[in-house]
Ligand binder design. Structure first.
Ligand code: CP
Ligand code: NVA
Length: 313
């Protein structure tokens, strides 16, 4: 689409910001495309002629490489920027950045530690904006996680999934995913690190079956999948490391905790893992772990996100 047409308001862009912003049917379509991509059934180069800007204000291995490779495999061009190399990193507003980039590219992917920046960018962009992780969410990760569960265990709807550890950005997207993909979610966190009550209420109002626990053994009982993540996220205050380790030590995903889940429970972790902290070697390297399938599925699931966002699916 030409810049002029975009300015003329030819339809609002399809942003991929939070799972709760998008209906279940559209999310399902994205996963179906992701599966087709994985099976090699996506023919042609649907992103030929499209340019996509990726701005990473925080480090990334999986998200950056999987998006970049995925876009190229679909025939698109990528402009990849570290936040500090852009004027955004020197204080240019997200609104002006959005107005300018919308004149050059067909979509913008942003990783930032302030969700307000993502929201401002999206509010002023005339092209789709994709959330590649913020301090409060990581929806692309959950698309890959749902895909991974279903590949190994069939439909996720109605199945019990458990989270143990910090109620962080990934946990919050997990809560939103429970509403949109209709699975049961049991989260064990220290009370101080529980996800925000407003988010739980919002997800429940959307039909999510979410239960909060402080005892991880109770939370994982009978679960078909147990998930954890780092105790210190990129946006966390590094001064609180010792306190967080003390609070989170009882939530470690080790073989004793895993034994309390269903015998065939899958183990997931978005990675990077801090082995010996939130997860032990024997669990992450054990037969129930699907963490590298999960990492691979970022590539496939995000193709669905891209094609949906660009109105090509
Ligand atoms: N899981 C994930 O988003 O990893 P990266 O930080 O390496 O992108
Ligand atoms: N919770 C982690 C996820 C990294 C992919 C973080 O935000 O650092």
């Amino acid at each position: 689409m030409s810049a002029a047409l975009k300015r003329a308001g030819a339809g609002a862009p399809r942003h991929f910001l939070e799972l709760l912003d998008i209906d279940s049917g559209a999310l399902r379509r994205m996963l179906d495309i992701g599966l087709r991509a994985k099976r090699g059934e996506l023919t042609g180069k649907p992103l030929a002629g499209k340019h996509i800007a990726m701005i990473f204000e925080k480090p990334s291995t999986r998200t950056r490489v999987s998006f970049e490779v995925g876009i190229r495999q679909l025939g698109g061009e990528v402009v990849s920027l570290a936040g500090k190399d852009t004027q955004l990193g020197r204080g240019e507003s997200p609104a002006d950045t959005a107005r300018v980039l919308s004149r050059y590219v067909d979509a913008i992917i942003l990783r930032t530690d302030r969700v307000a920046k993502l929201r401002e960018l999206a509010a002023h962009a005339t092209v789709p904006v994709i959330n590649a992780l913020t301090d409060v969410s990581h929806p692309c990760q959950l698309m890959a996680d749902v895909m991974t569960f279903e590949e190994h265990r069939g439909p996720i709807a109605g199945q019990v999934n458990a989270w143990t550890g910090d109620g962080n950005n990934v946990a919050r997207s997990f809560i939103q995913a429970a509403a949109r993909f209709h699975f049961r979610l049991r989260l064990a966190t220290p009370p101080e690190l529980a996800p925000p009550a407003e988010l739980i209420a919002q997800a429940r109002a959307e039909g999510a079956d979410v239960e909060l626990f402080t005892d991880p053994f109770e939370a994982v009982r009978g679960a078909r999948c147990v998930v954890t993540d780092t105790w210190i996220s990129m946006s966390d205050d590094k001064a609180s490391i010792r306190q967080r380790h003390n609070l989170l030590a009882p939530y470690q995903l080790n073989s004793r905790l895993l034994a309390a889940a269903a015998p065939d429970a899958l183990v997931m972790h978005c990675l990077p893992a801090h082995r010996g902290e939130e997860i032990t070697d024997e669990v992450i390297d054990g037969p129930q772990s699907v963490v590298f399938d999960e990492a691979e599925n970022r590539l496939h699931a995000q193709k669905g996100v891209l094609l949906w966002a660009l109105g090509l699916a």
